[in-house]
Write a new protein. Sequence first.
Length: 185
Amino acid sequence: MKNAALFLSVLGLLVVVSILPSCSKSSNNNSTKPTLYDSLGGTAMVSDPANSGQMIEKGRLGIRSVVDSAIFVIAGDDSINPYFMTLLAEVTANNFSGFNELSKNLTDFFCVGTGAKDFTYSGLSMANAHNPATNPRISEKVSVNAFNEFIVDVGKAAVKNGLPSNLINSLVVVINSQMSLVVQR
Ligand code: HEM
């Protein structure tokens, strides 16, 4: 029932977002409306539960928690995990170097995309990251169905981490803004 509600809410958003003009960033330049990053806790420093003795921005911790959960949800989702064959083979062999790299890149990407000011994204462009010709770690080009399933999985990860539905909806808007670059077939 909970899953059905989540699915319907994500589906509803997909419909709404797909009729919006392309929006890579929030369109209000001079308003003081908090960004999604602010809503997740912004730049307030908290201790990093994954690295004892270190501090982390609360917004980044929120994003990283959703990203790491999402990687695990996707790993267990047979409809899209074949894209991640390289990563899954590494993790199965107890090698987490690719996981850590992907976690960092995705976290940086979503921090920037949700309004963080203290981080930059230094990974591949979205087009190159999702083309096997330029990123051998992806098994094939992404279909629109796989893209939609990715959103469902990120939604599940966000629910697991206790994000309220308005923030999940904002995250889905950020993800959808990348669709034309990620889906290449
Ligand atoms: C808006 C949605 C998405 C974003 C923002 C995103 C972002 C990223 C980023 C930042 C990377 C790492 C690039 C690098 O290593 O420099 C990556 C890699 C990858 N993405 Fe996506 N992605 C999205 C959707 C998808 C979808 C829908 C799929 C497939 C269903 C997918 C499959 C992959 C795979 C297989 C990799 C390589 C993972 C690895 O390093 O082992 N992505 N993506």
